[in-house]
Write a protein that binds this ligand. Structure first.
Ligand SMILES: C[S@@+](CC[C@H](N)C(=O)[O-])C[C@H]1O[C@@H](n2cnc3c(N)ncnc32)[C@H](O)[C@@H]1O
Length: 325
């Protein structure tokens, strides 16, 4: 992001002012408001979710900045060439985690960027709170995991990165078994160290979406989870999908950006489509799941566009499905 955007001061930016309230969260999550637990309702009320909708010149500046970034030729691409980048990133988190004496805050990934406009309901909005996106995620994640993962005995997170989602899960349900999988060895190392330090039933394993480990043991009543991870497979998610169909977990949960759910006639969405394309993020997967459902090989449980995301994409769309025999 350019300095111009980082310098925007929400107090002086003109535009309609708003604040995400309980009903907004319920709408964005695709759930009735009364299904959100009281402690999360209290967090929604306590945290600062105020924002200004960027309009006119401010919206133009944001769009210009976004398209200049897209066209800069500096964006890294998803796919096998990116492995060294992930190895390096997660080894930095591993080092910081150990150096901090196992402070879970050291696991927050650096790509959740503070102090920048975010996307909301097909607009750019400038948050008052620099940590708006992370705060939003800290409401979304316990809601999602608490709502959907409760019934399962074992949760496999594929592309688990720093392990901060697994840590959140284990803090709520420490008795359950967790497996964190990622192609970056430092990621598996973080998960194994967390397991040892906190006494969680958790193991880290090296796993590659492009060459899934067919020997992986998947117990009955397991859930498969991916969060912003399968996005990294471009058009090459087929081997992983075959693996899922063969292992037949009880349910599969994806929290990912979904290219097909944007509206190309909306400029803010179009910018997300271009970003998604330039980075070679995944495409085609929802259509394949829909085809499997038509063929009686899958049941689609939920499809919900997030209508919220970072400056560049909506990374929190929900696709939940079950493989059928
Ligand atoms: C954007 S990060 C998301 C990490 C984590 N799920 C989270 O929510 O913070 C993408 C993750 O996918 C992993 N990844 C990318 N390509 C992969 C592949 N081919 N096989 C396994 N993991 C992969 C990266 O190492 C990284 O941990």
């Amino acid at each position: 992001m350019s300095k111009r955007l980082a310098d925007l001061d929400p107090a002086t930016v003109p535009g309609v002012r708003g604040r995400l309230a309980l009903d907004d969260f319920a709408r964005l999550f695709g759930t009735p408001a009364d299904a959100i637990l009281p402690e999360l309702k209290a967090e929604i009320a306590a945290r600062d979710f105020r924002y200004v909708v960027l309009e006119g010149e401010m919206r133009d500046r944001t769009l210009l900045d976004v398209f200049q970034t897209i066209d800069s030729g500096t964006l890294s691409k998803a796919g096998s060439a990116g492995k060294a980048r992930w190895d390096k990133g997660w080894s930095e988190n591993l080092e910081a985690f150990v150096a901090s004496g196992y402070d879970l805050k050291a696991l927050v990934p650096k790509y959740i960027r503070p102090r920048q406009p975010v996307r909301l309901d097909q607009h750019y909005v400038l948050p008052v709170n620099p940590a708006f996106e992370l705060d939003w995620y800290e409401i979304f994640r316990p809601w999602f995991l608490g709502t959907y993962l409760e019934p399962f005995d074992c949760v496999f997170e594929f592309g688990c990165g720093s392990g901060f989602n697994l840590a959140a899960l284990a803090q709520c349900a420490p008795g359950r078994r967790y497996v964190g999988l990622d192609w970056a060895a430092p990621s598996a190392e973080i998960v194994n160290r967390m397991a040892k330090h906190f006494g969680w039933r958790m193991e880290g394993r090296v796993f590659d979406f492009f060459h899934p480990d067919a020997t992986l043991d998947v117990p009955a009543n397991s859930a498969f989870l991916s969060i912003g991870a399968l996005e990294q497979t471009g058009r090459d998610w087929g081997a992983f999908l075959d693996f899922v169909l063969a292992k037949r977990p009880a349910c599969v949960f994806h929290i990912e950006p979904i290219l097909e759910w944007y509206d190309p006639a909306n400029l803010v969405d179009y910018a997300a489509i271009r970003f998604h394309e330039v980075r070679d993020y995944w495409r085609g997967y929802p259509d394949r799941i829909a085809a499997l459902a038509r063929a009686g090989r899958a049941e689609i449980v939920k499809q919900k566009r997030s209508y919220f995301g970072s400056l560049f994409i909506e990374g929190y769309s929900q696709l939940i499905w079950r493989p059928l025999s």
